[in-house]
Design a protein around this ligand. Structure first.
Ligand code: MG
Length: 269
């Protein structure tokens, strides 16, 4: 793109930082200055340089259609408002939660459900709604469900609108591990959205942990988990742990609350 004002290059920035720092002379300072000057020389604007020499034409990004209010064209649609064919009961068999009006709702006592397909690294979009009626339900008993990445790591679903509970157990927490940056909750009975970037943990052939899972979450468009490291399984009691596993389903929690879900899709990364 042409017409932009030139930005200060690396050498300028390093020089200014150095001058602001008030550093005195010495071997380290001399080296820093030499590096900055060399960088400045290498990256200075050259009016004779061919602008095409810094253009990259490959790889060409695949085209993805992005219709308004619908899943991107390369997404795996996990619920399109009609049926739970992409899901099964967490103990096998068909998913038995209630489908109506383009959404499905937890049937308390029926146990959780999970995707038939397994996933590793994903981008996930999911919308949820806690019950409008809150009388008699407080804390963890108000609109509790959860989205378990790889069946192990819970992104909490809870009515956290004017409903105090432990902060690492409120909506958009990584359950008992990571408090959300802000509380972006809407009121009970309103649809809310999570947009998630999830990187699965890596394990060595011997079963050792190479890298933990990481998660970024937007809650109703607001950043609430910023590349958060997941410490292991999200346990109700005790510390998180890691045990080696491969790609695994996404599961949704039955926590005895009639939480609704709709518009669920995944892009495999
Ligand atoms: Mg939960």
């Amino acid at each position: 793109m042409g017409g932009r004002l030139p930005r200060p290059h690396g050498g300028d920035v390093a020089m200014r930082a150095h001058m602001r720092s008030g550093a005195t002379t010495g071997a380290a300072t001399a080296i820093a200055l030499a590096v900055a000057l060399a960088s400045a020389s290498a990256t200075a604007h050259d009016p004779s340089a061919d602008p095409a020499s810094t253009e990259a034409w490959t790889p060409v990004p695949p085209v993805v259609a992005t219709p308004i209010d619908a899943a991107p064209s390369d997404a795996v649609v996990l619920f399109d408002g009609r049926d739970l064919s992409a899901w099964e009961g967490e103990r096998g068999g068909d998913a038995s939660w209630a489908v109506s009006d383009g959404a499905f709702t937890v049937v308390p006592g029926s146990k959780g459900i999970r995707t038939r397909k397994s996933f590793c690294d994903i981008q996930l979009h999911i919308e949820w709604r806690s019950p409008a009626q809150t009388a008699g339900f407080d804390g963890q008993d108000r609109g509790n469900s959860g989205i378990f990445l790889q069946e192990r790591y819970e992104l909490q679903v809870l009515d956290s609108h004017d409903n105090p509970t432990y902060a690492n157990g409120q909506a958009a927490s990584i359950y008992k591990q990571a408090i959300p940056l802000v509380n972006a909750s809407r009121g009970p009975g309103q649809w809310q959205a999570y947009d998630v970037i999830y990187k699965a943990p890596r394990f060595s052939a011997g079963g050792g942990l190479i890298s933990p899972a990481r998660i970024t979450v937007l809650h109703n468009g607001v950043l609430v988990q910023d590349d958060t490291v997941i410490a292991g399984t999200t346990e109700y009691r005790g510390a998180p742990t890691y045990a080696p596993h491969g790609c695994a389903p996404i599961s949704l929690q039955d926590h005895n609350a009639e939480v609704g879900f709709r518009n669920i899709w995944v892009r495999e990364l």
